[in-house]
Design a protein. Structure first.
Ligand code: NAD
Ligand code: TDX
Length: 333
């Protein structure tokens, strides 16, 4: 992989992936294609070796721009998306455009140029599990998305699979669990609570707080994606996860403890409509077939480092805080 396009490379996971590639794969050139929506930040790419990273400010729905970039690249790793469930409930329309129409635009370019295409998706396409269910999601789990966000991600997965089966586009897909780490937008659960505490606001917990998410450090997501890009079987889906199931209230109490606050120093707020109860990933296919394993499996340590990153980088998030909280206040969350 000498030359790759990374869509959404100025967002949370995409930018961490770009840094990971530049640090670990010295022969690879990266072209970032990103529209810099509210979730994208050019600063996320500061420190990248500019001789090996080109930034293109543009939209994945722009057919001519996408065509030109695909004409020159060996592969595309497609992270760009509208990614936040709560936003998708308030206004689904940009999710349809970017997640569905945008993925279609990229697939058509991959078809024309025969470009290797890796699609980044989410465990949320499989719906949710009961808290007491011993099962975890596998590649065979039925699609059962609950939210406008996850249904558009499911739609994009189906497009990618169809472009493989019908046109033979050389694709792979991965569906990953909840990521945490530096540079995650402060609308998301962990950074929202950290930056609330740093702003003198009380953290906010939805519903009964018992919903479970399966946390993975963003650098483990990056290493898994690279492994699939290099060695994955074409047409195949791989689930990515690191056995990190935790209830939201447990995660919040860990944040409160590390930040020196009391265990009950938070507010219970209105639940998310359609709120998925539990996600849990069985990643044995990826581990068995491709030999991948996660490195950052100490969640408490990863959480401490993440909290420290938000303390050290207040200028990165401060200007977004008021507007983000105003959006939540409008839905009593
Ligand atoms: P993010 O919201 O932080 O970043 C998305 C990026 O895409 C931003 O830089 C934004 O500017 C860009 N973008 C949005 N619309 C665009 C468009 N039309 N054209 C070009 N660029 C556009 O998202 P994230 O959390 O980093 O998620 C990245 C990918 O990973 C998404 O596909 C998401 O579904 C998937 N995913 C996320 C998680 C998670 O825990 N965050 C878990 C599994 C899968
Ligand atoms: O303030 C909050 N309080 C709260 O209790 C927020 C923002 C969230 N929550 C809950 C909702 C979820 O159960 O925390 C959990 C995590 O919420 P999010 O960070 O919004 O993540 P989630 O909805 O689980 O989706 C994430 O993981 C899968 C990503 O945002 C998706 O892009 C990814 O596909």
């Amino acid at each position: 992989m000498k030359s790759i396009i990374v869509t959404g490379g100025a967002g949370f996971i995409g930018s961490n992936f770009v840094h990971w590639v530049l640090d670990n794969k010295p022969d690879t050139q990266v072209t970032v294609l990103d529209a810099l929506t509210y979730a994208g930040n050019r600063e996320n790419l500061l420190g990248c070796d500019e001789a090996r990273m080109r930034f293109v400010h543009g939209d994945i729905c722009d057919v001519d721009l996408v065509d030109g970039l695909f004409a020159e690249a060996d592969a595309c790793v497609h992270f760009a998306a509208e990614s936040h469930n709560d936003n998708s409930i308030a206004d689904p329309s940009p999710f349809l455009r970017t997640n569905v129409q945008g993925t279609f635009t990229l697939l058509e370019a991959a078809r024309k140029h025969g470009t290797r295409f890796h699609h980044i998706s989410t465990d949320e396409v499989y719906g949710d599990l009961a808290l007491d269910d011993p099962k975890r999601f596998t590649e065979e789990s039925p699609y059962r998305p609950s939210s406008p966000y996850s249904s558009t991600k499911a739609a994009s997965d189906h497009l990618v699979r169809a472009w493989y089966r019908t046109y033979g586009v050389p694709v792979t897909l991965s569906n990953c669990s909840n990521n945490y780490g530096p540079r995650q937008h402060i609308e998301k659960f962990i950074p929202r609570q950290i930056t609330n505490i740093l702003s003198g606001l009380r953290p906010k917990l939805y519903g009964d707080g018992r919903n479970v998410r399966d946390w993975i450090h963003v650098d483990d997501h990056s290493s898994a994606v690279w492994t699939i890009l290099e060695n994955g079987a074409l047409g195949e889906t791989y689930l990515i996860g690191a056995d990190g199931e935790r209830s939201n209230i447990d995660v919040l109490r860990s944040i409160l403890e590390v930040m020196g606050r009391g265990a009950d120093d938070f507010d219970w707020v209105k639940d998310r409509p359609g709120h998925d109860r539990r996600y849990a990933i069985d990643s044995s296919k990826l581990r068995r077939d491709l030999g991948w394993s996660p490195e950052h499996t100490n969640f408490d340590e990863g959480l401490r480092q993440t909290i420290q990153w938000y303390i050290d980088n207040e200028s990165w998030w401060r200007s977004e805080k008021e507007a983000t909280e105003a959006k939540y206040a409008a839905s009593a969350q």
